[in-house]
Design a protein around this ligand. Structure first.
Ligand SMILES: Nc1ncnc2c1ncn2[C@@H]1O[C@H](COP(=O)(O)OP(=O)(O)OP(=O)(O)O)[C@@H](O)[C@H]1O
Length: 309
């Protein structure tokens, strides 16, 4: 069985009189990609910061590589790569210099650091930017450079806080591809994301967080199979035009209705049969879409933004 790389038991955090993290427990195995999903303010960054030593553990326990601590010790930090939410590159240095400085901090010689930096620029597809200024890089290139920098010390565990936020789809796919290569090399990855597709594409295990608690955890496939019915029908109609009593009719057929803000979602074990009933209930099919349920449905259901229709 794979070694446990991270373990948290009743981990909590209070800022002033606000309890941001309400005693969460989870464990992360070597070689897996583990994801934290949650709305803004769910407590994802707070959890990550305690792992990489930006914040102290004050409540509960946290172990990395089998060692428990209040503030991440240097020997553990040396085994981590960190991609924080902000790019925090040094604008006074060139692309390669940003990497070299990190190598020196981690005890590489100047020559080793340059070589490692150059190799990582190739790995992240940045080799033609070696001597560029930071300001000349697009958001996507900066993100790739931050990831390259996090790999300078050959980390066993890479912690990424929203690695692809703000990137265009092409740049996002490139980052995913690189993260998959790292995983294939046996590196353990922990990430936070708001993108359900990212969570499903990359993560072996996910926790869904909400207001400082963990609502559910498991593989994306497990969460979809456990928390939502297999089929979803999206209703693209203003709520004022949704026929009255729809929830009861759907329930009578064994289905479920969830309202999320101004959108309506119907869920069923038998999507075809629910679909065939729509017209009879006064729901025009051209305003509806039948599809398999996905991680977004799980998230919407668990985080409870919906209400009864
Ligand atoms: N240093 C701090 N002082 C006071 N409150 C804080 C501090 N850091 C975080 N918080 C609060 O704790 C809660 C959790 O924040 P956290 O950044 O961990 O959430 P998150 O899930 O990472 O959100 P996001 O997706 O926006 O990054 C939020 O309500 C936030 O305002």
């Amino acid at each position: 069985m794979n070694e446990t790389v991270v373990r948290a038991e009743n981990l909590g955090k209070t800022y002033g009189d606000f309890r941001a993290l309400k005693g969460i427990s989870f464990s992360i195995k070597a070689g897996e990609c583990f994801g934290f999903l949650g709305h803004n303010g769910a407590g994802k960054t707070t959890t990550m910061q305690m792992m990489y030593g930006m914040s102290t553990v004050e409540e509960g326990e946290l172990w990395l590589f089998g060692e428990s601590f209040r503030l991440t010790p240097p020997a553990i930090k040396a085994r981590l790569g960190v991609v924080s939410q902000e790019d925090n590159l040094d604008a006074a240095l060139t692309v390669i210099e940003n990497l070299e400085v990190y190598g020196l901090i981690y005890g590489l010689t100047r020559t080793e650091s340059r070589l490692r930096g150059k190799n990582l620029l190739v790995f992240m597809g940045l080799e033609d930017k070696e001597n560029s200024n930071i300001e000349s890089l697009s958001g996507g290139l900066k993100r790739r450079l931050v990831i390259a920098r996090a790999l300078m010390n050959r980390p066993d565990l890479v912690i990424l806080d929203e690695p692809t936020t703000g990137l265009d789809p092409q740049a996002r796919h490139l980052v995913w591809q690189k993260l998959r290569s790292l995983k294939a090399e046996g590196v353990t990855l922990v990430l936070t994301t708001h993108y359900m597709e990212e969570a499903v594409q990359l993560c072996d295990s996910l926790v869904v967080m909400h207001e400082g608690t963990i609502l559910a955890e498991g593989s994306p496939q497990y969460l979809i199979a456990t928390y939502v019915r297999p089929y979803a029908i999206e209703v693209h109609l203003p709520l004022s035009q949704v026929p009255e009593g729809l929830t009861d009719k759907v329930s009578a057929c064994g289905g479920e209705v969830i309202r999320v803000l101004d959108s309506l979602f119907l869920y069923a074990d038998d999507g075809e049969s629910l679909w065939d009933s729509l017209a009879g209930w006064g729901l025009p099919k051209h305003a509806c879409l039948l599809r398999p349920s996905n991680m977004e449905d799980v998230f919407l259901k668990l985080t409870g933004m919906g209400g009864e229709a």
